[in-house]
Design a protein around this ligand. Sequence first.
Ligand code: G3P
Ligand code: CA
Length: 275
Amino acid sequence: MNKKLLAGTGVAFTLLFSPLSQAFASETIGDLRKVDNVAHRGASAYAPENTIAAFDKAVEMKADYIEIDVQRSKDGELVLIHDTTVDRTTDGTGKVGDFMFEELRSLDAGSWKGEQFAGEQIPTFDEILDRYHGKIGILIEIKASELYPGIEESIAEELKERNLDKPQNEKIIIQSFNHKSMEKMNDLVPKVPIGVLTSSRADTTEQALQEFSTYADYFNPSYGIVTEELVNQVHSLDMKIGSWTVRSQEAADFLLDMGVDAIISDYPDYVDPRN
Ligand code: G3P
Ligand code: CA
């Protein structure tokens, strides 16, 4: 059975109070359908990904959400970085999980993008929650959770400490390519919207989508596998669909035509030309 029906006390109640009513909520304004504009790793075309500079830029560009990648240091601190090594986006080398937090913190996570960003640090998960919740939505991706046993519990704990696990959750969503991890996350924080990420067509069968809908609120595919039929299938299972990673105006326009609920882009200005 669908997650929202399972949890629910009736469809009307669910529509009014489910997390979906606060998150990725597509509205119709006149003839224009509002699509949520998600700044991928922050406004990462304009500032170094997964840094305060990129997240502040996303706020300045009036994105609806920032997307963040969460991993864990050797001593258990939740940190934001995309790759499982620090090599590409810092001046260090090695695996994220082999560094103590203070070592990660001492790395320069900005200079690779431009000298004006020198000194940007790898942020912590809790500082990003504190700095941005209520100001902009946060799409939390748990990256490579198989490398970090128990990371789901740590993330749930941080959300609960701030009451961000409640339906009025100030637009918090959790997603991952690791679908088992998302099932677990749904058990830990059932009121927080859950997303499954994929770039595999094998995950778009009726059976696969049906299974996802028992614990997920979002099906978030790469845009290469998006079709109008897929969007309709996802919607018919009462899930939303957000797609990635948009790095051209053409890709943004394609997804707008397909009728997705959210577009995850390095360039917030491609999704919302007011920027
Ligand atoms: O939010 C979707 C997207 O971030 C998934 O891919 O590799 O950029 O984390 P990746
Ligand atoms: Ca990501």
